[in-house]
Design a binder for this molecule. Structure first.
Ligand code: 13P
Length: 237
């Protein structure tokens, strides 16, 4: 079992990475990890997530009440708690504002075109949640129907949230979303999109479940597979 110390180090590491890669600016974004049945380790509010120290992190309960730490919990903690509640298989959440994917979210466009085989295999569909004020119950309500069947969601006029078995997986999903958004944008610049056929998508979805299991465990157990728990249903395009 991963220790709290390691989870803290991971949050600092991936917070630095999302900052250095330009997925967040200033005090944007938040990251969290499930520590156990009733405890969540989260980034503090209103602080640069690329410049944190372990003592800046906050432990809270499943209602978002602070258990330990000197700073206040992220203003987006309700969104993280919603995801942990609806997805028992999820142990980490990353929220960021990567510029290209957030541009799609601000244009009212989901990243749901079947354009790239690898994205369908690794991530599936990336839907767009309706706009709601950050940190409110309305935002959780907008996300709720999309959380069970997806691992990455665009939030209208706001940003992106990704989640996974651990922080490494949740972070990589954020990278994939932004990379895909850049490629999708290039197809718009070129004025043409050659979409995969329904048959192509079906074939890719059939290898998805196997790939996701390998991805979830590949970096921490040498790629040995184990049975999937609470795996989200196959995405539809
Ligand atoms: P916090 O600093 O409160 O986590 O909020 C950052 C953010 O990105 C809100 O959308």
């Amino acid at each position: 079992m991963t220790s709290e110390r390691t989870h803290r180090k991971d949050i600092l590491r991936f917070g630095k990475m999302i900052h250095e890669r330009g997925f967040i600016a200033a005090t944007d974004g938040n990251l969290s990890v499930r520590l156990g049945r009733n405890r969540i380790l989260t980034t503090p509010t209103a602080m640069c997530k690329g410049m944190m120290q372990s003592s800046d992190l906050v432990v809270c309960d499943l209602d978002g009440n602070r258990i330990s730490g000197r700073r206040n919990v992220s203003s987006e903690i309700a969104m993280h708690l919603l995801i942990y509640r609806l997805r028992p298989d999820v142990n980490a959440v990353v929220h960021a504002h990567p510029p290209t994917a957030t541009g799609y979210a601000a244009a009212g466009l989901p990243l749901s075109q079947p354009l790239l085989s690898e994205v369908i295999i690794c991530l599936g569909n990336i839907p767009l949640a309706e706009y709601a004020t950050p940190g409110t119950l309305e935002l959780s309500q907008a996300l709720e129907p999309l959380v069970p069947g997806n691992d990455a969601i665009l939030m209208s006029n706001h940003g992106v949230v990704t989640y996974g078995e651990d922080l490494h997986v949740a972070y990589m999903r954020m990278e994939t979303v932004e990379h895909f958004a850049r490629i999708a944008l290039v197809t718009h610049l070129l004025g043409q999109q050659k979409l995969l056929t329904d048959q192509d998508v079906e074939k890719l979805q059939s290898v998805r479940a196997k790939y996701v299991t390998a991805l979830n465990h590949g970096h921490n157990n040498g790629g040995r597979e184990r049975s999937s728990r609470q795996r989200p249903p196959a995405k539809t395009y």
